[in-house]
Design a protein around this ligand. Structure first.
Ligand code: KMH
Ligand code: ZN
Length: 276
């Protein structure tokens, strides 16, 4: 039997997201060139997956496929990163705007399997929308990673898996600390882990003050991956802005090693995520 801590850890970088701006941290990348450079620096620091949103030049969250294409092209030319597009987009985007990244030829796409309050707003993904994304990804051979912000999202993902609506094996990124979603605590993590089937590849994202401690808890619970990046936090430590995405990735990689685990290489990440 392989030990619970035997597998190397896949580090995902989420360099830009849709909510944070340069007013929050001047290092937030906006253009394809800036996002690709941030991704390349993050790859050198240990990241093997890049979770992508795109922005207009002024920082407005965008669904323009040309921006996804250019960003992925630059990243592929410069790194071995696994390119994942968000289909969560930004609050208020239409289903069409959220899914343009699927046409840009990524390796992976995120998929939401439910809705939640997101701070003061509602982040809505209906079941027909999830099914449409899964079907489009299947048709063009793009892998999926479920972005689960609460227990019901994991339960629904497992139902979809059992019904053949999501491809096996399941990949799930568990997100703690969004206001409206699961709390950032060890019990919160256990609640999201409970419905996951044997063989699922899971990673942890945590937003807010508990980020680093919860990443450590997840690594000690055998997480297959962890995610950091300016999308999730603009800080390196409380009150200390991160200088770059790469600085956060280097810090996450040091945490992995400090806890006696090892950071996955690009080839290992592909194998662990079933993309080899
Ligand atoms: N921007 C959030 C509303 C995802 O990428 O899948 C959704 C989000 C999740 O960022
Ligand atoms: Zn995202």
């Amino acid at each position: 039997m392989k030990g619970w801590d035997a597998a190397p850890v896949v580090i995902t970088v989420a360099p830009t997201g849709a909510e944070v701006t340069r007013a929050d941290n001047p290092a937030v990348p906006y253009t394809p060139r800036e996002i690709a450079s941030a991704a390349a620096e993050a790859a050198a620091a240990g990241a093997t997956v890049v979770h992508l949103h795109v922005r207009e030049p002024d920082g407005t969250p965008s669904g323009r496929v040309e921006l996804f294409r250019e960003t992925i092209e630059l990243i592929r030319a410069e790194t071995e990163l696994i390119a994942m597009v968000s289909t969560g987009g930004a609050i208020g985007m239409t289903a069409e705007q959220r899914t343009t990244g699927l046409a840009a030829g990524p390796d992976l796409a995120g998929i939401e399997t439910g809705s939640l309050n997101f701070g003061d707003e509602a982040f809505v993904t209906t079941r027909p929308q999830s099914l449409a994304i899964a079907e489009r990804a299947r048709a063009v051979g793009i892998g999926l990673e479920v972005e689960a912000f609460d227990v019901g999202h994991v339960v629904e993902a497992v139902r979809m898996l059992d019904a053949g609506e999501l491809p096996a094996p399941l990949r799930a990124n568990l997100v703690l600390g969004v206001r409206g979603g699961c709390d950032a605590s060890p019990d919160g993590l256990d609640a999201l882990l409970r419905p996951l089937p044997e063989g699922a590849h899971w990673s942890l994202t945590c937003v807010g003050a508990q980020q680093r401690r919860m990443l450590a808890v997840a690594l000690l619970r055998g997480a297959g991956g962890i995610r950091v990046g300016l999308e999730d936090s603009v800080y390196l430590r409380r009150g200390q802005l991160a200088r770059s995405n790469a600085e956060q990735v280097a810090d996450a990689a040091a945490l992995v090693e400090a806890l006696g685990r090892r950071v996955a290489t690009p080839a290992e990440a592909r194998e662990l995520l079933g993309l080899a």
